[in-house]
Design a protein around this ligand. Sequence first.
Ligand code: HEC
Ligand code: HEC
Length: 208
Amino acid sequence: MPLTRILLPLLLCVALQGHAEDNPARGKDLYTPCAACHGVAGEGNQSLNAPRLSHLAPVYIVAQLQKFKEGSRGGSGATDSARQMAAMAATLSDEQSMYDTAAYIATLESEQSPVTVKADTEKGASYYRQFCAACHGPAAQGNPALNSPRLAGADDWYMLAQLHAFRSGSRGSEPQDRTGKQMRAMAGVLPDDEAVAAVVAYIRSLEQ
Ligand code: HEC
Ligand code: HEC
C-alpha cells in the first residue's frame, strides 16, 4: 500500500479532532434510546442483532456513527440490521453528541456474550496471524492509528455477520467508505465460510 494512503487518513484524523471536551454525563442521556437494543451496560442483544459496544474505543464508535449518519454504512445496499442502526444514528443531532455518547459508552462494563460459533480455532489462529494481526493487533486489541477496531471482546455472532457482510459487499462498498473498503478486501482473502468461522472462533477464544 502506498505510504500516502496511510498518512493522509492520519492527518485527517488530527484535523477532525477539534471538538469540545467530551461530556459523558450528557452522553448518558443520549444513550437512553440506544440501551433499548444495545443494553444498559452496552452488552448487546443477539435477538435484535445489536452488538456489544462496551469493549470498543470511543474513536471507533464515533467513526461508525458518522458513517451510519452519512450513509456510507447502512445505506441502500446494506443489511436490514445496518439500515436499522443508520436510522438511529440519524437521531444524534451533531458530532459533539456522538463524542459524548461514545465517552459514556467507554464508562460501561459488561459481560461478553457466550460462544455461539464452534470451529477449528487452530486453523483460525493461523489465518488470524497471516491476514488479520497486522491491523487488529496480535491480541486483537485494535489499532486506532490504522482505524482498526478492537475485536477481543466482540460477540462471535456479530463478527461472523460482519465478515459475511464485508464479503458480500453489503458493508464496505460505498465509494466514500475508505476504511470499510480496506476491511472488505481483507475479508475477501479468507478462502471460504469455514475459514471465516474458524477465524471468528479463534478471536472469541482470546482474552477480552
Ligand atoms: C433498534 C435497535 C438499535 C438502537 C435503538 C440502536 N442501535 Fe446501534 N446497532 C443496532 C444494530 C442492529 C447494529 C448492527 C448493525 C450491522 O449489522 O451492521 C448496531 C450497530 C451499532 C454500532 C456499530 C458497532 C460496531 O462494532 O461497528 C454502534 C457504534 C452503535 N450501534 C451505536 C449505537 C448508539 C450510540 C445508539 C443510540 C444513539 C444505537 N446504536 C441505537 C441496533 C440499534
Ligand atoms: C489493512 C488493515 C486490516 C486488516 C489486515 C484486517 N482488518 Fe478488519 N478492519 C479494519 C478496519 C479499518 C476496520 C473498520 C472498518 C470500518 O471502518 O467500517 C475493520 C473492521 C473489522 C471488523 C468489524 C468490527 C466491528 O466492530 O464492526 C471485523 C469483524 C474485522 N475487521 C475482522 C478482521 C479479520 C477476521 C481480519 C483477517 C482476515 C481482518 N479484520 C483484517 C482493518 C483491517
